[in-house]
Design a binder for this molecule. Structure first.
Ligand SMILES: Cc1ncc(C[n+]2csc(CCOP(=O)(O)OP(=O)(O)O)c2C)c(N)n1
Ligand SMILES: [Mg+2]
Length: 347
């Protein structure tokens, strides 16, 4: 397992240290702290009935944001349902992330400069799509990558083998990230496969694979940045398994993690927390302080408040609107429904 920063915030692999400026390091911390606040607020908003679908992210910040930090603006993200933070830091406005949660179509309309699909709910479906997007980029001579995220459960799906294998066969510039948070809802990773790691599956597909400490933002950044380099230089895809943990429930739709996880397991992983260890590292370098962290948390809270207000002001979507944005030319059955709903909505 590749690790650069250990649980005590000490560098254990000096040679692997990525080339990041002090400003970059601070920015990474700012994003992780901000995203932790966003997670706490999203859980609260969901409980108040002000958000819809929400999949908690606390614990996975290093895995999500370290990988996103290695991307260029024109790289293409194919996220899973838990990967909204990567979209936000790539440029999706917060209020749109909230609209996505509410099932409003505007939450899925990526800004012009964000190359991404909407978060995928069907486990594993985005993996074959990522191979296709990457191959398209290659054929057009673009120096960009397609990056996709799934979980350990996603790596147990047939689509995973198809997509990663295809990308390998065509040397497509794709990066496949498997965030192994130990469980697919309640099914532990040990019951999903006899393989010791998910990363080792890359061997059979003939591409590089890495097992990385997913609680170490420096290690995740480094491995993804190198995968990106290889991909844009024509050296094909990479499979990356980030070993991580999600503290909260699977989603806010009634999952109770105490039924499948022990308190001991939770506290063992909390000791590995990505923010705690990075804070220690930055404080030691004189780059971070309690004051700075409080400032980031306050800003996050204010911006979240403003964003939820803006989401509230968004006009409710109508059925006719939904129908009209789906197709350039409506098929007969939708034309009929369009007429029906036009009439209903006019009343
Ligand atoms: C094809 C498909 N089968 C089943 C489900 C129901 N389902 C939703 S999340 C999930 C578990 C996914 O686990 P994992 O890939 O490890 O991601 P995690 O939620 O742990 O981040 C399942 C089975 C689904 N959404 N799609
Ligand atoms: Mg999982």
């Amino acid at each position: 397992m590749i690790q650069i920063l250990n649980e005590d915030g000490k560098i254990v692999n000096e040679d692997a240290m990525p080339d990041l400026s002090d400003d970059d390091l601070v920015e990474l911390m700012r994003r992780m702290v901000y995203t932790r606040v966003l997670d706490q607020r999203s859980i609260a908003l969901n409980r108040q009935g002000r958000l819809g679908f929400y999949a908690p992210t606390a614990g996975q910040e290093a895995s999500q944001l370290g990988s996103q930090f290695a991307l260029e603006q024109d790289d293409f993200i194919l996220p899973g349902y838990r990967d909204v933070p990567q979209l936000i830091w790539q440029g999706l406005p917060l209020y749109q992330a909230f609209l996505f949660s509410r099932g409003h179509y505007h939450g899925n309309q990526m800004p012009e400069d964000v190359q991404a699909l909407s978060p995928q709910i069907i486990i594993g479906a985005q993996i074959t799509q990522a191979a296709g997007v990457a191959l398209g980029m290659k054929n057009r001579g673009k120096k960009n990558v397609a990056i996709t995220y799934t979980g350990d459960g996603g790596a147990s799906q047939g689509d995973f083998y198809e997509g990663v294998n295809f990308a390998g066969a065509y040397q497509a510039p794709a990066i496949f990230i498997v965030q192994n948070n130990r469980f697919a809802i309640s099914v532990p990773v040990e019951k999903q496969s006899a393989a010791k790691t998910i990363a080792q599956k890359s061997v059979a597909m003939g591409i590089p694979g890495f097992l990385v400490d997913g609680m170490d933002v420096l290690a995740v950044y480094k491995v993804v940045q190198e995968a990106r380099e290889r991909a844009v230089n024509g050296d094909g895809p990479t499979l990356i398994e980030t070993l991580t943990y999600r503290y909260g429930p699977h989603t806010m739709a009634g999952d109770d993690p105490t039924r499948y996880r022990t308190e001991d397991m939770d506290s063992e992983w909390e000791k590995k927390d990505p923010i705690v260890r990075f804070r220690k590292f930055l404080e030691e370098k004189g780059l971070w302080s309690e004051e700075k962290e409080n400032e980031v948390m306050e800003t996050a809270k204010e911006e979240i408040k403003a964003a939820i207000k803006k989401a509230d002001k968004q006009e409710k979507q109508s059925v006719t609107e939904l129908i009209s944005i789906m197709h350039e030319e409506l098929p007969a059955n939708l034309k009929e429904q369009m007429e029906e709903f036009k009439e209903k909505e006019s009343k």
